[in-house]
Design a protein around this ligand. Structure first.
Ligand code: TYC
Length: 101
């Protein structure tokens, strides 16, 4: 007897999908000093001075600004760390996350 012919497993997806990405979003408030926001963007997200100032100003003027995009875990960890840095200094600074598209 010949062996049964087994075709390729069409149900197995190739494992080339990138993980879904999540945005970290900076929210404006009326109290946190601008310099403090820039300092947090630089220290927590490793963003340079010029870009950090732009992000801060966009949030200041429009209410929110996307800071960066990461995998879910990293986005949540950084948003918490940055919000916590504000809280420790007595500022209401807030970062949130949301899935990208
Ligand atoms: N609006 C704040 C102020 O006028 C500065 C600020 C900018 C705070 C951006 C938060 O996400 C922010 N002092």
């Amino acid at each position: 007897m010949s062996d049964p012919v087994v075709g390729p497993d069409t149900k197995t997806k190739p494992k080339t999908k990138r993980p879904p990405m999540h945005k970290v979003i900076l929210l404006n408030d009326d109290y946190t000093p601008r310099d403090f926001v820039v300092m947090v963007l630089r220290s927590v997200f490793g963003i340079g001075e010029g870009k950090a100032s732009q992000i801060m100003l966009t949030a200041h003027n429009r209410g929110v600004c996307v800071v960066a995009v990461y995998t879910k875990d990293i986005a949540e960890t950084k948003a918490t760390e940055a919000t916590e840095a504000g809280r420790r200094a007595g500022h209401p600074l807030m970062f949130t996350t949301e899935p990208e598209e």
